[in-house]
Design a protein around this ligand. Structure first.
Ligand code: NAI
Ligand code: MG
Length: 352
C-alpha cells in the first residue's frame, strides 16, 4: 500500500517537527513492510511569501488535490502579520478542501504531569467546526481613522454547516466508551447563530439515542474543564470557541507540545490535513528542543485516516513508551532534545 503525502513544514519549528515526524513514519514503514509513504515537500512558508508575494502559487491547491493527506507544520513569522500568514496558507487549504471537522484529542500521556489536580482523568476529543462561524472572513473596516472607527467581524453559520458538524460529533461520540457529547455555545448572549446551534443539536440528537448529551456555555466550560475534567468526553463547539478550548485542553494535558489535530474532509472529496495544534514557537525555533510528540500523535491520526490502523496503534504505543520513560523535552520539564525523543521513538519501533 502506497500513500502520497504532501509535507508542508512552513515556519518556525514547523519544519523541525515535520522532519522528526517523517523520520518516525519512515521507521514505522520500514518495520511494517506493508505500507509506504511517498513524500513530496512543499516550500510554502513565510520566507517563500516574502520572496514571491504569495504563500500558495497559482494552481497550488490543484496540485495538493492529488495527495492522500497533507502533513503540516505551522505558519506564522515575526516578519509577516499573523492574519496575513494564517489566511495565506493554512486557511485556504482547510477551507478550500472543505476540511470542516477539526478533531482535537486531549489526553494525559503516561509519564506526563497535568498541571491539574485530577488531571489524569482528562480523556477528551474536542470537535471544532472548521469551515465557517467566526472565521468566515466576513466583516470590514469603516471610517478608518475617523472618530467613530468601526471594525466588524461577522460570524456566519449555515444550517447545513452546523448540522454536518453535529452529526460528525455524534458519530465520533458513538465510537467511544463513554458515548457522551457536550455542546458548547454562547446562546444566552448571542441570540441568532448560537441559538440555531442549540436547536440543530437537539434535532440531530434524536438520531443518536445511544449518545448522552449536555450543554455548556463557553465561559462556564473553561471552569468545568479545570474543575470537573471527568465529566467530559466529546465536545462540539464553533471555530473560535473550540480554538480557545483546545489550547486550554492541551495545556491541561501537560503541554501545547503534545497536542495533535486532524482537519478532516469526512466525505473524502479532498485530502485532509494533519498538524500539531501549536504554532511556529519563535522562542525555541532553531534550538532543537521543540517537542515532536504533538507531530508524532498527529502522524497517528494521519495513519488512521489512511486506513493504516495497525501501524497507527504501534506508533501510539511507541510514543507512550517514550513519554513513560521520561524522555521529555523542556516544555515537559525534561532535558531531551527533539532528536533524542525522535531517536527513542524510532528505536522503540525498531525493537517492537
Ligand atoms: P505557539 O504555539 O507558537 O507558542 C506558544 C508557546 O508554546 C511558546 O512558548 C512555545 O515555545 C510553546 N510551544 C509551542 N509548541 C511547542 C513545542 N512543540 N514544543 C515545546 N514548546 C512549544 O503560539 P504563539 O506564540 O501564539 O504563536 C506563534 C506563531 O505561530 C504566530 O505567528 C501564530 O500566528 C502562529 N500559529 C500558527 C498556528 C498554525 O499554523 N496552525 C497555530 C498557532 C499559532
Ligand atoms: Mg489555536
Amino acid at each position: 500500500r502506497v500513500h502520497k503525502i504532501a509535507a508542508i513544514g512552513a515556519d518556525g519549528i514547523g519544519p523541525e517537527v515535520i522532519a522528526a515526524g517523517l523520520e518516525v513514519l519512515e521507521a514505522l514503514s520500514t518495520k511494517d513492510g506493508n505500507f509506504k509513504l511517498e513524500i513530496e515537500h512543499f516550500p510554502w512558508s513565510s520566507e517563500y511569501y516574502l520572496k514571491n508575494g504569495y504563500y500558495i502559487p497559482e494552481g497550488g491547491l490543484e496540485t495538493l488535490k492529488k495527495f492522500d493527506a497533507i502533513f503540516f507544520g505551522a505558519v506564522g513569522s515575526q516578519q509577516v502579520p499573523d492574519h496575513v500568514s494564517l489566511w495565506g496558507l493554512r486557511l485556504p487549504i482547510a477551507q478550500g478542501f472543505d476540511q470542516y471537522a477539526n478533531v482535537r484529542p486531549a489526553r494525559v500521556l503516561p509519564g506526563v504531569k497535568s498541571p491539574l489536580a485530577g488531571g489524569e482523568d482528562i480523556d477528551w476529543v474536542i470537535v471544532r467546526e472548521n469551515s465557517e462561524g467566526e472565521y468566515s472572513g466576513n466583516g470590514g473596516r469603516a471610517h478608518r481613522g475617523l472618530p467613530i472607527e468601526v471594525g466588524t467581524e461577522v460570524a456566519i453559520f449555515t444550517r447545513a454547516g452546523v448540522e454536518r458538524i453535529h452529526r460528525f460529533a455524534f458519530r465520533l461520540a458513538q465510537k467511544r466508551p463513554a458515548k457522551h457529547l457536550t455542546l458548547v455555545t454562547k446562546s444566552n448572549a448571542q441570540r441568532f447563530g448560537m441559538v440555531m446551534w442549540d436547536e440543530i443539536f437537539a434535532e440531530v440528537a434524536k438520531d443518536y439515542p445511544d449518545v448522552t448529551t449536555d450543554r455548556e456555555l463557553v465561559d462556564a466550560m473553561t471552569t468545568r474543564m479545570v474543575l470537573k475534567p471527568k465529566t467530559l468526553d466529546v465536545v462540539v463547539a464553533t471555530n473560535l470557541h473550540a480554538d480557545i478550548l483546545s489550547d486550554l485542553a492541551a495545556a491541561l494535558s501537560g503541554s501545547l507540545g503534545i497536542a495533535p489535530t486532524a482537519n478532516l474532509n469526512p466525505e473524502r472529496q479532498f485530502p485532509s490535513m494533519f498538524e500539531p495544534i501549536h504554532g511556529s514557537a519563535f522562542d525555541i525555533t532553531g534550538k532543537g528542543v521543540a517537542n515532536p510528540i504533538a507531530t508524532f500523535w498527529t502522524a497517528v491520526m494521519m495513519l488512521e485516516h489512511l486506513g493504516e490502523f495497525e501501524p497507527a496503534k504501534k506508533l501510539m504505543k511507541a510514543i507512550e513508551a517514550v513519554t513513560a520513560n521520561k524522555v521529555h523535552t523542556p516544555d515537559l520539564g525534561g532535558k531531551a532534545s527533539t532528536a533524542d525523543v525522535t531517536k527513542a521513538v524510532c528505536e522503540y519501533i525498531a525493537a517492537s
